[in-house]
Design a protein around this ligand. Structure first.
Ligand code: G3P
Length: 215
């Protein structure tokens, strides 16, 4: 399973890259806005830091507009993946970009039928949002199991499932159990994954005992 960092904060990306935890990056307009910086500036900076795929989301409403945006954004870095919302115009753009060899992520997927259409249209990554389904009392992680099961039937669909809208460590565990290819994790959730009170207690005890015999 690959881990992408779900953030546009370049300082945080550098920090987690030093732990070998960054196979790629996902951004979206909300994450870019949080930086207080401009979209193009942030994406270019991220491409200078990260070797893996960098997801940059388009905002145009029509397929032609998305294609124009995508071709411009791709000039900023060869590793850029164009992130496109799941709708009719988005799928038209996904299909045409796949014909041009430009990788895409179809985002805001909330159902298996949506995932099937995105895979068929030629998306490189399918991005089901787990947390937002949980928010409406629907089991987000069940969708991951269903999508991976369907995709497993059609290896000719050259796409990967990227779990997103991850809100806590158990989402990561369940996504791994479901066999997703990628999970994009907010830095806060990685910090939650890292820590455990028994680990802290064990380190403190070892250091206390080491003081008696390690010097
Ligand atoms: O990558 C998508 C993610 O940033 C959305 O997360 O918590 O806003 O549903 P959230």
């Amino acid at each position: 399973m690959k881990i992408f960092l779900d953030t546009a904060d370049t300082d945080v990306i550098k920090e987690f890259k030093e732990m070998g935890l960054v196979d790629g990056i996902t951004t979206n307009p909300t994450l870019i806005a949080r930086t207080g910086r401009k979209f193009g500036e942030v994406i270019r900076d991220i491409c200078a830091i990260v070797d893996g795929p960098v997801n940059a989301e388009v905002t145009a409403a029509t397929a032609d507009g998305i294609l124009d945006e995508a071709r411009e954004i791709r000039k900023w870095g060869e590793q850029i993946v164009i992130k496109i919302p799941m709708n009719r115009e988005g799928l038209r753009a996904v299909w045409r970009l796949s014909e041009e060899g430009i990788p895409t992520t179809v985002t805001l997927i909330f159902s298996v039928p949506q995932a099937i259409l995105a895979a068929k249209a030629g998306a490189r990554y399918l991005c089901p949002f787990v947390g937002r389904l949980d928010d409406i009392a629907s089991e987000g992680t069940s969708l991951l199991y269903d999508i991976t099961a369907v995709l497993g039937q059609y290896p000719e669909w050259d796409c990967e499932v990227m779990a997103a809208s991850v809100r806590h460590p158990i989402h990561v565990v369940e996504a791994a159990r479901a066999g997703v290819d990628v999970i994009t994790i907010p830095p806060k959730v990685i910090d939650q994954m890292l820590s455990h009170p028994l680990t802290d207690r064990g380190i403190a005890q070892f250091l206390k005992d080491a003081a008696l015999c390690y010097s």
